[in-house]
Design a protein around this ligand. Structure first.
Ligand code: SF4
Ligand code: SF4
Length: 92
């Protein structure tokens, strides 16, 4: 069996990894709606049956809350929590 194609985005700040399996995504937009930090958006893909698929637009904003992975009805998005700590804001 051939593994499905996936897009992988890694936050340089936290190491959190967002994997999206485009072939499984049906373009329902649930992940975009539940993400509290606007990491994801829908992108039109005219060549695919779905019409649009979820893509990562801001991996550094991901807080690894797992909501997208838990809510996706098609197991098309996978979050791997990174080990890096977020950089602290400089003291004022
Ligand atoms: S919730 Fe899953 S199927 Fe729906 S748009 Fe997001 S990745 Fe695709
Ligand atoms: S884990 Fe949370 S913050 Fe990260 S993309 Fe999914 S819903 Fe957004």
């Amino acid at each position: 069996m051939v593994a499905p194609e996936e897009t992988v985005s890694v936050s340089e700040k936290t190491g959190h990894t967002i994997r999206i399996l485009e072939e499984y995504c049906k373009g329902c937009t649930i992940c975009v709606e539940v993400c509290p930090t606007d990491v994801l958006k829908m992108e039109r893909v005219g060549t695919r049956w779905q019409g649009s698929v979820a893509v990562t637009v801001d991996a550094d904003a991901c807080i690894a809350c797992m909501l997208c992975e838990l809510q996706c009805p098609d197991f098309a998005i996978i979050i791997e929590r990174g080990q890096k700590k977020k950089a602290k804001a400089p003291a004022a």
